[in-house]
Design a protein around this ligand. Structure first.
Ligand SMILES: Cc1ncc(COP(=O)(O)O)c(C=O)c1O
Length: 405
């Protein structure tokens, strides 16, 4: 038989739809770094790389769990203490449910993947915001389901239009993704909009997937669970230790399925899928208990830091001719718009910015906005002094970029 060792081994065609710009763009940054230029990585929402620290009582809880020998597989749904702590947190946030409806996951990411896999068949539709956190579209590509994008409008503070979403619902709609507080825009949604979104879920019997990973990081204090407005609507909430508890590398999070019986089969399906991956990172499950039952004073300090960085971001970016940004109300992201010269794209601008200054942002089209609309996402976790320098570089570059065209 002829040797086939030189033939490239093919990959599954669905991989072409799996796009995650936040990391994909790093390849370009590495090239710039190789040329000797310092790169400022404003592409990824990881507070640890900017000097924020995991609270010591969480570190102790994990270290203790490891020393105490909790190094075997945990139950696939998570250890009872962590599930109990999550259920109690849901109750506090206004989403009453039992610990039996909680699954401990490898970050919010795994929760999202489990829920979408449990809900959507190939060809089904899932309502996803634009701009979106790109994991949603990536997972849908993997499943073969179709994202149906609903707009959020910068002129209205990046808030969705509930009636427009209603018109996008079809018999194939299997879920409504709501990211509030939002990445990449930093928006939080007003109560009437949250109520409207819940009403859609309730009326059309479509699970609302509530990505609440930034709920504790609204600058004015924690945001309540969306399900509080109607605890009997079909809602699945997701969160983790990654952001508000400053432990993204631990891959430790949870999902909680609303109390309505309408979601019982979905809960069973999620648990079945969870069995297949054995468990989440077991020692880190002990940190979930420490986080949710313990001291949260770090969060107030973190929110204060974020508010200051957000204000600086808005002031400095809005002062640049050709750039405008909606003030964020939460998290560590802003989504400025640059008035692009005709014929250019957001990626052209972002890559030119990277090559000229070493500042790495992510182009808006990586989050689903139109390439010609000129959005890009900034992560504002760096120190105010460094951010100030970065915005100086962006200002200088943009003036040059816009007048050269
Ligand atoms: C909106 C949103 N959802 C989910 C995630 C994933 O977070 P985790 O680290 O909990 O998997 C992120 C991470 O940036 C995010 O911004």
């Amino acid at each position: 038989m002829a040797s086939r060792t030189s033939t490239t081994i093919p990959v599954a065609s669905r991989i072409s739809g799996f796009v995650y710009a936040i990391r994909n763009i790093v390849a370009e940054a590495r090239k710039v770094e190789a040329s000797g230029r310092k790169v400022r990585y404003l592409n990824i929402g990881d507070p640890i790389i900017f000097g924020f620290q995991t609270p010591p009582h969480l570190v102790d809880a994990v270290a203790r769990a490891i020393r105490d020998g909790h190094n075997g597989y945990a139950p696939s749904v998570g250890i009872p203490a962590a599930r109990g702590a999550v259920a109690a947190e849901c109750v506090r946030r206004g989403m009453p449910l039992d610990a039996d409806r909680v699954v401990i996951t490898a970050g919010t990411s795994e929760g999202i993947e489990l829920a979408l896999t449990a809900l959507a068949e190939a060809g089904d539709e899932v309502l996803v915001p634009v701009p979106t956190y790109p994991l949603y579209t990536a997972v849908l590509a993997k499943i073969g389901a179709r994202p149906v994008f609903y707009d959020t409008n910068p002129a209205g503070g990046w808030v969705p239009d509930v009636e427009a979403i209603r018109r996008q619902i079809t018999p194939a709609t299997r879920a409504l993704v709501v990211i509030d507080p939002n990445n990449p825009t930093g928006a939080t949604y007003p109560t009437d909009v949250r109520r409207g979104l819940l009403a859609l879920a309730d009326e059309y019997n479509i699970p609302l997937l509530a990505d609440e990973v930034y709920a504790d990081l609204a600058f004015d204090g924690p945001v309540e669970a969306i399900a509080k407005l109607n605890p009997d609507a079909p809602v699945i909430t997701f969160s983790s230790l990654s952001k508000a508890y400053l432990a993204p590398g631990w891959r430790s999070g949870w999902l909680a399925v609303g109390r309505t019986e309408r979601l019982d089969d979905v809960l069973a399906a999620i648990k079945k899928l969870a069995d297949g991956r054995l468990c989440s990172n077991a020692p880190m499950e002990y940190a979930i208990v420490a986080a949710l039952d313990g001291d949260r004073s770090h969060q107030q300090l973190f929110r204060d830091d974020l508010r200051e960085r957000s204000a600086l971001t808005v002031e400095r970016l809005n002062a640049i001719d050709g750039i405008s940004v909606v003030p964020p109300a939460a998290a560590f992201y802003a989504m400025p718009k640059v008035e692009l010269p005709p014929g250019t794209t957001d990626a052209d601008y972002v890559l030119a910015l990277l090559r000229a200054t070493g500042v790495l942002c992510v182009y808006g089209s990586g989050f689903g906005t139109k390439p010609e609309d000129g959005f890009f996402r900034v992560v504002f976790l760096a120190s105010p002094a460094e951010l100030s320098e970065i915005y100086g570089l962006i200002a200088e570059f943009t003036a040059d970029y816009l007048c050269r065209r």
